[in-house]
Design a protein around this ligand. Structure first.
Ligand SMILES: [Fe+2]
Ligand SMILES: [Fe+2]
Length: 322
């Protein structure tokens, strides 16, 4: 494992260091675990377990230019569990700002979801995806949460951060349109999070190809909803509705979508279709500049309104205008 995969092996040692977000602690909070920084090829103990975090620590981290801490864990599962509990605890605290909650939710989930998207068939994958969706549902109950997620849209663009946003926007939109059952919202969140998982079965040369795809390549890309559906068919812990969303997220109400060009699509697939396009337009890619949320919505209304459910699109615009 390399730094990118968040775990590092010490030289000749058995212990492993895992990445932990830098903004996990604030003034006067007790640090419950030894925190290390990585400097010139070595891990340096920066804060000892049991000591309070201070404003001086914030200044020190800034001066040092630290972007992440490292913490020793026995296994990736122990690392995920620590982050999950830390995040849950933070999301429940009323005195923590919605901005900080969004930032920590993003920082904690990003490396976990990176694994979900790079190895969707691994055993722990769906457990991690479920963990994110549960935390995300909790966070989206907060006033101002959607705005904070939209602000983070440009932080780090790739397949799994796109998925993280699409899941958050979809949860918010469905709730606004009246969805109440936790089970339904959870299935929607999972479908939205995993909507592009089928791209993991497509050659990176096609997905990352600069310039236009030829007809054959485009045909392969258009099959990613089916590939995703097939991957999830092997995973009984993923609700049926989530699989249907994965299959239908590019279907459109006017029948001009793919892979089947059907009009009879699930309500939640329509929700995810809107969230997906909005996030794609507001993210910077290697080949295009991001649109502002206002311009993206204007573009969707002007050019794509026939593709989307009218009420849902209106609800989405209202929700983002608040
Ligand atoms: Fe897609
Ligand atoms: Fe997508």
């Amino acid at each position: 494992m390399g730094v990118e995969n968040s775990a590092l092996q010490t030289e000749g040692g058995k212990e492993e260091y895992y990445k932990v977000p830098i903004d996990l602690y604030r003034d006067s909070e007790i640090v419950e675990i030894d925190l290390y920084l990585y400097y010139q090829g070595q891990y340096i103990l920066c804060k000892t377990k049991g000591v309070k975090w201070s404003l001086e620590d914030d200044a020190r981290m800034k001066n040092f230019g630290a972007v992440t801490f490292f913490v020793k864990f026995k296994s990736p599962a122990e690392h995920s569990q620590f982050l999950d509990e830390k995040l849950k605890n933070l999301l429940e605290r009323p005195n923590v700002s919605v901005e900080r909650k969004a930032s920590v939710l993003f920082d904690v989930s990003e490396p976990i979801l990176s694994k979900v998207y790079s190895s969707p068939k691994a055993a722990e994958t769906m457990k991690n995806a479920q963990g994110y969706v549960k935390n995300c549902i909790k966070f989206m109950n907060e006033k101002g949460s959607l705005g904070e997620m939209v602000k983070l849209a440009n932080r780090n663009l790739n397949e799994h951060t796109h998925a993280l946003h699409v899941s958050a926007y979809s949860i918010a939109l469905a709730k606004r349109m009246g969805a109440q059952s936790y089970e339904d919202i959870f299935a929607l969140g999972m479908g939205a999070l995993l909507h592009d998982i089928g791209k993991s079965d497509i050659d990176a040369k096609i997905l990352k190809k600069p310039g236009e795809l030829d007809d054959n390549e485009w045909m392969v890309v258009r099959r990613h909803p089916e590939f995703g559906y097939n991957i999830l068919e092997q995973r009984p812990e993923v609700p049926k509705v989530s699989r249907r969303i994965v299959m239908e997220h590019h279907e459109r109400v006017n029948g001009r979508g793919y892979p089947k060009g059907i009009k009879n699509i699930h309500h939640f697939s329509k929700v995810v279709g809107i969230a997906d396009v909005f996030n794609a337009l507001t993210c910077e890619t290697e080949y295009s500049k991001p649109m502002s949320p206002y311009d993206a919505l204007k573009f969707m209304v002007t050019h794509l309104s026939l593709e989307f459910d009218k009420n849902l699109l209106a609800g989405f615009i209202e929700m983002l205008s608040e």
